[in-house]
Design a protein around this ligand. Structure first.
Ligand SMILES: Cc1cc2nc3c(=O)[nH]c(=O)nc-3n(C[C@H](O)[C@H](O)[C@H](O)COP(=O)(O)O)c2cc1C
Length: 267
């Protein structure tokens, strides 16, 4: 089993130590290959917003950096830990850059086999916003998110009170156990409502835009995701009620997109 940690802190500090604790807990139970990507050491250039990856494909990106090998590392892993400290009530700039450099994956999701654990640390606040954001990113990219953990760990006001340390340890234990269970299961569990709606929300513009978004359209078509009756990206049980809600959302989105397209064509 292989776990990859995408480390969004610029130092081996609180977030790194929390990830290390998760590693210890898991490796005590089973042998796991563990790798860190320290984003501060990765060569990632600033996204220039040229839209080339969306329109023609990521292989046409003019930036020659490590975005592509990092994507491959995630693909080769069984589990990915997205780890970021809370900086200014959000993910660190390193994590945001990493996400922007892989922005095309929001259009063409791919990590359906991999499990994710989301980890953040903060002095006092902002953890829920970071976890909410990482959850959105990971799930739209295709991951099954099996654990989310935010712990308090300030850096400047001396040691943490013992009750905070106990609470942190308990949270890390729970997250590590859930992540390990998901990794060991080897299968994908039933799709949640959020994921089913996400599939339909993604499908509406890609199908309606057609040749206006050729790369995305080809990708979705080749995967069979545009076929009528398709319920999700991969073959997992989908609650019929979730499917019905997804279809309604898709129908509404298609209507809006058609209206926009008609208005643009008229103009
Ligand atoms: C630039 C910067 C911004 C921060 N912003 C917040 C914040 O918005 N909310 C918070 O509770 N802590 C904030 N902190 C504290 C860190 O989130 C906290 O100490 C975290 O554990 C640091 O993790 P690290 O050692 O892995 O970098 C900030 C720290 C730094 C350096």
């Amino acid at each position: 089993m292989k776990v990859l940690v995408i480390m969004g802190s610029p130092r081996k500090g609180n977030t790194y130590r929390a990830a290390e604790r998760i590693r210890e807990i898991i490796q005590k139970k089973v042998p796991v290959e563990w790798e860190y990507v320290m984003l501060k050491d990765a060569h990632l250039e600033d996204c220039r917003g040229c839209y080339m990856c969306f329109e023609k494909g990521e292989e046409y990106c003019s930036l020659k950096d490590e975005a592509s090998p990092l994507e491959q590392k995630m693909m080769d892993a069984d589990g990915v830990i997205f780890a970021s400290p809370v900086y200014g009530f959000q993910v660190s700039y390193l994590m945001k850059l990493f996400i922007d450099r892989h922005g095309y994956i929001f259009h063409r999701p791919r990590f359906f086999r991999q499990k994710a654990l989301l980890l953040t640390t903060a002095g006092f606040s902002g953890m829920s916003d970071v976890l909410k954001y990482l959850n959105l990113v990971a799930r739209i990219w295709g991951f099954e998110v099996s654990a989310r953990v935010g712990i308090r760990s300030h850096a400047t006001f001396g040691p943490l009170p013992p009750y905070v340390m106990d609470e942190n340890e308990r949270k890390l234990q729970v997250a590590a156990a859930a992540f390990l269970t998901a990794l060991q299961s080897g299968t994908r569990s039933r799709s949640k409502l959020f994921d089913v709606i996400g599939f339909h929300i993604g499908r509406a513009p890609i199908d309606e835009l057609g040749d206006l978004a050729p790369k995305d359209h080809k990708y979705w078509k080749e995967k069979g995701w545009l076929e009528k009756g398709k319920r999700f990206y991969v073959d997992v049980p989908v609650n019929p009620l979730y499917h019905a809600i997804g279809l309604m959302v898709e129908w509404y989105m298609r209507r809006r997109i058609r209206k926009d397209l008609r208005a643009v064509i008229k103009d």
